[in-house]
Design a protein around this ligand. Sequence first.
Ligand SMILES: Nc1ncnc2c1ncn2[C@@H]1O[C@H](COP(=O)(O)OP(=O)(O)OP(=O)(O)O)[C@@H](O)[C@H]1O
Ligand SMILES: [Mg+2]
Length: 457
Amino acid sequence: MAHRLLIIEDDAESNDHLVQHFRQRQWQVETALGVNDAKSILLEDEFNPHVIIADLGLPDGNILDHLEELQEQVGLTEWVFLYEPGSSSDDSRIDDLTFDFLHKPYDIKRLDTITRRALRTVLTERLAQSYSSQHKQKYHVDSFYGSSQQAKSLKTMLNKLVDIPISAMIITGETGTGKGLVARIIHHSGLRSDGPIVELNCAALPKDLLESQLFGHESGAFTGAAKKFRGLFEQADGGTLFLDEIGDMDIELQSKLLKAIEDQTIRRLGSEKEIHVDVQVIAATGVNLNEAIAQGQFRDDLYHRISVFKVHLPSLRERKDDLMELVPRIIGEFNTKANKRVNHISDASWEKLLSYDWPGNVRELRNVLERCVLLSNNEHLPDEWLQLSSSGSYNAQQAPSADHISIPIDGTMGLEDVELAMLTKALLLEDNNVTAAAKRLKITRETMRYRMKKFEL
Ligand SMILES: Nc1ncnc2c1ncn2[C@@H]1O[C@H](COP(=O)(O)OP(=O)(O)OP(=O)(O)O)[C@@H](O)[C@H]1O
Ligand SMILES: [Mg+2]
């Protein structure tokens, strides 16, 4: 992602110096030599800079006089002003504005820091804005957020996979890296999107039950099989069977699965009849199957069959660049859901987000940001709710499940905050249906209304 920078500076030498400096740092740079020049770039060209560095001592006027007009007409952008203190009445005008500014002569490192900070701010604002205005198309390749090198090559691969017929494939990656998401993307954006997607978590069921779930059974096939049952292979006919945690599948069952994939036929338990099925199998695992094979827990012939197409999802700590995109987009999602308006993240919060290792990956990030957005009172992401431990995986283990909230008793959360957290979460879970939310909290609708008013929800 090239970030765009406009430099408005009349001094040629200083101009060159800045251009060189920022181009070396991968910015796409344009320059303007004066106010009029700048106005034409901003209003007529499609350059749409993220950040503008502007000298205030321009020969053809003062850019501050045009600021209001420019801000109205130009997309979201951040300004950084350079000026000679005491040179004019600008000191007080700048002080009144919330923009960044540097006195001349300035330190280029400091300018660099300020510019990067401005970029983060504007990216956050722009993404939050675009997210809420665009209707979410749920399982598109672009629903996988990220623009790091790893994410890009992953998306290139997904774009190919959705265009070809696949009989079996495997998705690997740590917990929370998006295996479930990718499986759904491949199904819903792929050739079988008109067919069903049927999901089974192989770790959740004991062997026998898993077998009858997958292949189905005739009535009386075993004790307890009163009725005949069409298994998930049959149910997924024409579509996708998503086998999550395939590493946990019993090894005997693995050979049956392999046979089903290869022959495209299955037999219900208790039946001799072969049934043809047309199913794409997407398997996912968080464990290393090569190790499982070495330990005799996974069949290598099945592995080879399903790993013809293999997608590995990198952990979040291997692609921290992507936080720049993930954080604003996820905040945008929760803003919309919870009717909040967080669009500013302090430098200190960014530091924390970027230095944390995210053992629970994107799922953990979502949980943390959800909590922060829910508990926000204004545009600022509340730093105190990040609660990222420096050493480990506090959130990975204690991350609340969908209908829970986590309450630290370490002095960060007061009783009122707890109440607020419960109210917002209940409303979120019930799509802002007050009656249903009140029910969750075991209070009457009137009490609910009263409390919502109290917290200005
Ligand atoms: N790159 C991404 N962009 C957007 N959302 C993502 C991304 N990766 C993961 N998510 C979201 O994070 C959450 C966890 O992802 P998902 O359930 O797909 O992970 P998983 O790899 O299947 O984890 P597990 O192994 O624990 O089942 C989901 O809400 C998913 O939509
Ligand atoms: Mg999953």
